[in-house]
Design a protein around this ligand. Structure first.
Ligand code: RP5
Length: 164
């Protein structure tokens, strides 16, 4: 199975990114994790993106905060799908990273998830791999059903409490 590359702009992004790593592992998907910055270590980020496909990576998650150019810079150097994960910071609550990540010019797509949306970034990467992997697709379906059952259980508790 292809790996999911997870690149974060700083190790300060780890508290958010760890949720993506945990989600991938729960599905038996191997993450390859690096700290490469579009601004501080552009050469390393470029080399990763250019070599990702031949290194067995199928999807890239790029997590960055502030002036977050990482996802776009990686996407510019690979035709693998890139998922942008904007990370919040204390100054602008992640709006800066969200806009920097999502507003890509035509021709270089970045599929952007919510601010700090690490679980969805991982799930989306798994969905992309599952297009050609029936076992993974089955696992996704099972999780969806379990999530639905959990919500319905909460609904039943609320209904019992307030609806007599
Ligand atoms: C971005 O700048 C990183 O992705 C991080 O979210 C933010 C701040 O980085 P540090 O100053 O905490 O290393 O490039």
């Amino acid at each position: 199975m292809k790996k999911v590359g997870i690149i974060m702009g700083s190790d300060s992004d780890l508290p958010v990114v760890e949720k993506a790593i945990d989600t991938l592992k729960a599905f038996g998907v191997t993450p390859e994790v690096h700290v490469y910055s579009a601004h501080r270590t552009p050469a390393e980020a470029l080399a990763f993106a250019r070599g990702a496909r031949e290194n067995g990576i199928g999807v890239i998650i790029a997590a960055a905060g502030k002036a977050a150019h990482l996802a776009g810079a990686l996407a510019a150097n690979t035709t693998l799908p890139v998922i942008g994960l904007p990370v919040s910071s204390h100054t602008l609550d992640g709006i800066d990273a969200l806009l920097s990540t999502v507003q890509m010019p035509s021709g270089i797509p970045v599929a952007t998830v919510a601010i700090d949306g690490a679980v969805n970034a991982a799930l989306l990467s798994i969905e992309i791999l599952a297009v050609s992997d029936e076992v993974l697709a089955e696992k996704l379906q099972k999780k969806r059903e379990a999530d639905t059952a959990a919500v319905l259980q909460k609904n039943a508790a609320v209904e019992a409490r307030f609806n007599g």
